[in-house]
Design a protein around this ligand. Structure first.
Ligand SMILES: C[S@@+](CC[C@H](N)C(=O)[O-])C[C@H]1O[C@@H](n2cnc3c(N)ncnc32)[C@H](O)[C@@H]1O
Length: 222
């Protein structure tokens, strides 16, 4: 009984650190996420087909280890990172000093349901393993719609409901979405649903039983 309680406490703490990594434990969780999720960064960037001179926003970048992967995809990109955790902003700043000094990257502390950006700022917005934490996803999608340029795209990569259900921490406040639910949310928020691409994650589970999906939506042209 007590062992089960301790185990639940462990998963609950991990869930809370995944939602908002803070303190020494948060830094360690972020390092582990780098290992677990690098594959998803490559997969999502493949889906994005970035072009030169684009303006990109990443919501929930964790410790920011993979901004270089975005810069490697095209020339003259302007990249902004938004994260709710001050500790992640600090950690990402140490990993990306050169980009910050060159003015190619800006890191902002904040939440995606209230973003400090001018309307129509970004060609691409993406987030990996973040939409689980949106209590009311509409609040976030309204803001994302506002700051996207007309014709701009949103790429949301999340684990499928079946895969997330196999992760014990997900019972503590993680929201999952089927493709059909996401399509409806897009429709309600004036975003055109474009496609969903599924992938099995060899890095996370050698048997590839964990599956993620990149959901692509577009802000309608004026
Ligand atoms: C589970 S981690 C994912 C990190 C990284 N994207 C990855 O897949 O490895 C979630 C990150 O998103 C941030 N976050 C969660 N909700 C957010 C929100 N609504 N707006 C901005 N950042 C958020 C957290 O602080 C954390 O750094």
């Amino acid at each position: 009984m007590f062992k089960k309680f301790l185990e639940q406490l462990r998963w609950k703490r991990l869930a809370s650190q995944l939602r908002k990594p803070e303190g020494p434990a948060g830094l360690e969780v972020a390092r582990r996420m780098n290992k677990a999720n690098e594959f998803l960064y490559d997969f999502t960037l493949d889906e994005m087909l970035v072009s030169n001179h684009q303006s990109i926003l990443e919501i929930g970048f964790g410790n920011g280890k993979f901004f270089y992967k975005q810069f490697n995809r095209a020339e003259e990109l302007r990249i902004t990172g938004l994260d709710a955790s001050a500790d992640m902003i600090r950690e990402a700043s140490t990993h990306n000093q050169d980009y910050l000094e060159q003015g190619k990257l800006v890191l902002i502390k904040g939440q995606s349901d209230k973003m400090p950006f001018t309307s129509g700022s970004f060609d691409i917005i993406f987030c990996i393993n973040v939409a689980y934490f949106w209590e009311d996803p509409q609040d976030h999608l309204i803001e994302i719609h506002r700051v996207l340029k007309p014709g701009g795209r949103l790429y949301t990569t999340i684990r499928t409901p079946e895969s997330l259900a196999a992760m014990p921490f997900s019972q503590y406040g993680f929201r999952t979405y089927t493709v059909e639910e996401w399509k409806l949310l897009c429709h309600l928020n004036n975003l055109s649903f474009i496609r969903s691409s599924h992938v099995h994650e060899p890095e996370t589970t050698p048997d590839g039983s964990i599956c993620s999906v990149c959901l692509v939506a577009e802000k309608k042209q004026l």
